[in-house]
Design a protein around this ligand. Structure first.
Ligand code: F0G
Length: 457
């Protein structure tokens, strides 16, 4: 069978969940009631939910089976040791601290090691990462390469951090930089991978300036597969070997197991530094739980341990990356402006380019996300001025891109679902002149995209 070209889902379906078809009037009412913010919709009213790839994946039969093996002991649970062994085997880090999800790992790390006025460089901070840095009154500084800021630009490793800019920051402001972070893949920059060469460059700079280097590792397996496919000399290696090298170049990581952990909940913080690990564990006990469960059930630890192994299977990654690329190809073929090239977990529509008649301050991403729901029952998410525009001082700054992300849950939708999505996006793009801008009627002062209420302009 290796000589056939069709890439198929590397699984068969054992359990199904019905999705609900709605009428247009129902969707109109639901959207109005949600204040034109798709986060506020009832999931039940969504036909195909591409809001996020986080925690929305389908677990395997082996993972469901592992749930029954969960050891729910408060301290020293067998499930913790299984989880710890899988994470240390993969990352090589000395301390493995489970957390209920990625942002808990971020909060515990940043609250333990950051001080007001400091700077955390990253390729692009994702929303919760940025918010957790800013909550400590520190600066989250995005240093992705210039190509990474232009949606139409093609680059094999568009998630790379700008090493020259990082070097300058370390040179001139190094006393205010307690650690360097790199997000793999770079979610806020379009799910774009970071090369091994770039990670090695960060390692060298961190060695030179004696700074710890952390990965935001949510989508480490997808990143490893891109390295295998795109980086010179990497094609013969397994995704696991590449992933191990990625982790070995850093000193620690934060991880949301809701992505490449193939689990519905979970995460961890893993690191080498003993003193930092002590501080983090103390805070963990205060707010998350004992260090052998960190806010998770024993069965969650089992599901994550198993998921971290399945995610590195080559047949899975080949299907995963190809199925995202397939949607991207269909949209590019129809002339819909999308961020280039396809990301690992998502396709990002360029709402600013498509809706050029709607200025960024009238949120083209909100308009496009609303139209996709209204016309087709599809839910995507704005990644643009609403998500990233609000500054800590309360002013609004226009970020480089206004995107709508269509994130693909892992192992959930089939090719015909994706064909439907492509048809619907192309139809909505065809009616772009009818779409209007929005203004914010009500919003909180941090992470406003989750709960803001909009009204049409
Ligand atoms: N870092 C990155 C790069 C992320 O994409 C996310 C979550 C987190 C950290 C936080 O992890 O949700 O487990 O607390 N991203 C999701 C998304 C929510 O939709 O992209 P979490």
């Amino acid at each position: 069978m290796e000589h056939f070209n069709t890439i198929i889902e590397p699984f068969r379906i054992k359990s199904v969940e019905a999705i609900k078809f709605t009428r247009r009037e129902e969707r109109e009412a639901a959207l109005r009631e949600a204040g034109y913010n798709v986060f506020r919709l009832r999931a039940e009213d969504v036909l195909i939910d591409l809001l996020t790839d986080s925690g929305t994946g389908a677990m395997s039969a082996a993972q469901w089976g592992a749930l029954m093996q969960g050891d729910e002991s408060y301290a020293g649970s067998r499930s913790y040791f299984r989880f710890r062994d899988v994470v240390s085997d993969l990352t090589g880090y000395r301390h493995v601290i489970p957390t209920h999800q990625g942002r808990a790992a971020e909060r515990i790390l940043f609250h333990s090691v950051l001080e007001a006025g400091q700077i955390v460089p990253n390729n692009n901070h994702f929303d919760t990462t940025r918010a957790n840095v800013e909550t400590e009154k520190a600066e989250a500084r995005d240093l992705v390469i210039p190509e990474g800021r232009v949606p139409s630009q093609v680059h094999p490793f568009k998630g790379n951090i700008d090493l020259a800019a990082l070097g300058r920051a370390l040179e001139t402001e190094g006393d205010r930089i307690p650690l360097v972070m790199v997000t793999v893949t770079n979610n806020a920059g379009g799910g774009q991978p970071v090369s091994l060469e770039n990670l090695r460059g960060v390692r060298r700079l961190c060695d030179r300036f004696a700074k710890p280097f952390f990965l935001d590792a949510c989508r480490f397996a997808e990143n490893a597969y891109f390295i295998k496919k795109r980086e010179e000399g990497q094609g013969h290696r397994t995704p696991r070997e590449i992933a191990r090298e990625m982790f070995s170049l850093a000193d620690g990581c934060t991880m949301s197991a809701k992505k490449d952990g193939l689990a519905n909940i979970g995460g961890f913080l893993a690191l080498n530094d003993d003193a930092w690990a002590d501080r983090c564990r103390n805070l963990l006990i205060l707010t998350e739980g004992f260090p052998t469960y960190g806010g998770l059930a024993g069965y969650d630890l089992e599901a994550v341990a198993r998921g971290l192994e399945e995610v590195l299977e080559e047949s899975y990654l080949r299907y995963r990356i190809r199925s995202t690329e397939y949607l991207h190809e269909r949209l590019v073929g129809a002339g819909v402006p999308v961020l280039q090239p396809a990301g690992g977990h998502a396709v990002y529509l360029d709402a600013r380019a498509l809706l050029s008649h709607i200025p960024p301050r009238q949120y083209p991403g909100i308009s496009l996300a609303g139209a996709l729901y209204l016309e087709a029952g599809i839910r995507g998410v704005e990644i643009g001025t609403v998500m990233f525009g609000l500054q800590p001082d309360g002013t609004e700054r226009i970020p480089p891109m206004d995107l709508v992300r269509l994130a693909i849950p892992r192992r959930v939708y089939t090719q015909s679902h994706i064909d439907y999505v492509a048809e619907a996006v192309i139809a909505v793009a065809g009616m772009k002149d009818r779409l209007r801008g929005y203004r914010i009627a009500k919003a909180p002062s941090v992470l406003r995209h989750f709960t803001a209420i909009f009204e049409p302009v």
